[in-house]
Ligand binder design. Structure first.
Ligand SMILES: Cc1cc2nc3c(=O)[nH]c(=O)nc-3n(C[C@H](O)[C@H](O)[C@H](O)COP(=O)(O)OP(=O)(O)OC[C@H]3O[C@@H](n4cnc5c(N)ncnc54)[C@H](O)[C@@H]3O)c2cc1C
Length: 520
């Protein structure tokens, strides 16, 4: 999530230019999680343990410090998904008290919490690595790049910030005020264009506020097209409106404006403060939380039987069937939606409805590494009014925070999904076409690149969840609801307040662990 305050850069002075990097207090070297985590038990990663070897307690006041964006509104919808799944023959493994499915942020937070309170869970992870949508690439040894989440959004009171300080992660703040905007022909936006963008942005905000007061829900696109009389707008105005809608809604919530609910898209909360980037990678947090845990990687779960005799849950992977007292499911919404794991019996209708109605959005990254910096390194963000709505609109420069000639281009929602289907070469060529429009024909080719395809990732099924038309915020509570004191649920999509974020996943994992502890 960008979690940005779009357009706050207009007319602002560039900030943060004097300090090359803002570094948080350093307590210990950053954890090295480049080594894959193998089966039982996981050796602690190469991390100097903090003086207190237990994890810091989760700040209980965090929820209170958050700013609630919107209040209760009410609507529902219905649908059921069910696909046949073939479950392979598997040997029965030793009995476990608790099994956690998924070693992403939610699963690791829950497992570590349980472990510290005396229950050592078994964590089953489908991938050959931990972290899930936290994924630091070490392809460029001097520049670890995050292919999943990058920022702590709002550092004040954010529990992820506490963890970052505990592991001594080196951080840099990026500033939205430090943005330069370019028009469709590549020219720097004029004062008149900026003023026009501000006017249109105000009209969009007003139209959505009015739409939130009406009974029927509509997509952001429907609301704005009507309110701004789309067909009557000039081509230039249409491009500017698309630019605002992409930057403000699609890049942030990852859903398309044609699907995002005008009523509920922003029914979440946020921590205050700056957005901080991990200079050595977000993976340090996953590595830290994984310390001492029993994690089996390469173990995709195929079936969960949760109403067996004696209140036991049986969990089947390709190679084994595990039996446990309690199971915590942290499967991403995209995996639940594809029915990639069979629940026996099927999940209750309310939970199935939530899985069907909530949606997974797409936000993809394309890192381009150049021989040298050719752009204005003093800006953290570059924005482009794309002639093709949403294409290569948002860019982050790593020149100031890292001193390296690296640009990161984002594509979200429908355009993110269609670009993801292209070959690497075509994606890089398309990115370069935009950069050459802005910086001229002599812009050098990149020396290397890194590209993500979260939508087609079988163990994610998208980047993060959003509230589309037809879904209501209560559905996230339904997703999080435990069943019969044996089956528990966590993950970013199950966080009503903080969906789509790392801290949302973390807090939902901690909450589920506490629920398990109450009934264990
Ligand atoms: C490109 C991108 C940018 C983002 N940027 C930010 C950001 O800057 N800041 C922010 O706060 N958030 C950001 N997010 C969102 C954030 O990364 C997620 O909300 C969070 O990491 C989700 O954690 P989770 O534990 O809920 O899910 P996951 O991390 O997906 O964990 C679920 C785990 O379950 C595993 N799994 C899947 N299927 C199976 C199976 N059958 N059996 C066993 N295991 C299975 C997966 O492999 C995974 O490890 C971003 C996400 C993306 C993709």
């Amino acid at each position: 999530m960008h979690r940005r305050h779009f357009l706050q850069w207009l007319g602002a002075t560039v900030v943060g230019l004097s300090a090359s990097t803002s570094t948080l207090p350093s307590y210990a070297p950053t954890a090295d999680i480049s080594a894959p985590v193998n089966a039982t038990p996981v050796p602690p990663p190469a991390l100097s343990p903090p003086s207190n070897p237990t994890l810091p307690p989760v700040p209980t006041a965090v929820a209170a410090q958050a700013v609630t964006a919107d209040s209760q509104r009410d609507k529902t919808t219905s649908a059921v998904i069910c696909l046949p799944i073939v479950v392979a023959q598997a040997v029965t493994a030793a009995f476990q008290r608790v099994i956690v499915i998924g070693a992403g942020m939610a699963g690791l937070a829950a497992a570590q919490r349980l472990s510290q309170r005396g229950i050592k869970p078994l964590v089953l992870e489908a991938r050959d690595r931990i972290g899930g949508r936290l994924w630091t690439s070490n392809k460029w040894p001097d520049a670890p790049m995050d292919l999943g989440a990058s920022w702590i959004h709002g550092v004040d009171g954010n529990p992820i910030m506490t963890l970052a300080q505990t592991v001594g992660a080196k951080m840099a703040t990026t500033y939205y005020e430090s943005t330069i905007g370019y028009g469709s022909q590549g020219q720097v936006l004029s004062d008149a264009q900026e003023a026009q963008i501000e006017r249109l942005d105000k009209a969009i905000t007003q139209a959505l506020k009015a739409a939130q007061k009406r009974d029927d829900d509509q997509s952001i696109q429907t609301v704005i097209e009507k309110a701004l009389n789309w067909a009557k707008l000039s081509l230039e105005e249409q491009q500017l409106v698309s630019f605002i809608l992409n930057g403000k809604f699609e890049q942030e919530y990852a859903g398309s404006i044609g699907e995002l609910s005008a009523h509920w898209y922003d029914d979440d909360a946020a921590f205050k403060g700056d957005d901080a980037l991990f200079l050595a990678g977000y993976g340090a947090i996953a590595g830290y939380l994984a310390q001492g845990l029993d994690i089996k990687t390469n173990s995709p779960v195929r079936q969960i039987e949760w109403k067996t005799a004696k209140d036991r849950v049986s969990v089947t992977t390709d190679s084994a069937t595990y039996v446990a007292e309690k199971v915590l499911v942290t499967l991403p919404l995209g995996v639940l939606k594809r029915s990639a794991v069979m629940f026996k019996p099927a999940l209750p209708a309310q939970k199935q409805k939530a899985i069907e109605a909530l949606k997974m959005g797409v936000l993809n990254k394309c890192y381009l590494r150049f021989p040298k910096v050719f752009w204005q390194a003093k800006y953290d963000w570059m924005e482009y009014v794309a002639p093709n709505a949403g294409e290569w609109v948002e860019w982050v420069s790593f020149a100031r925070p890292t001193g390296l000639p690296i640009l990161l281009g984002f594509n979200a929602a429908n355009i993110g999904q269609s670009i993801e289907a292209l070959s690497d070469e075509k994606i890089v060529a398309s990115a370069m076409q935009t950069l050459r429009t802005i910086f001229g024909r002599n812009t050098p080719d990149p020396i290397d690149y890194q590209i993500t395809r979260w939508s087609s990732d079988p163990f994610a099924g998208g980047s993060y969840s959003f509230n589309p038309v037809g879904a209501v915020p209560e559905m996230r509570d339904h997703l999080a609801k435990s069943l019969d004191d044996v089956l528990y649920f966590a993950g970013e999509a199950a966080s009503r307040q903080y969906f789509g974020t790392v801290h949302g996943a973390y807090l939902s994992g901690v909450k589920a662990a506490d629920e398990i502890l109450k009934t264990a």
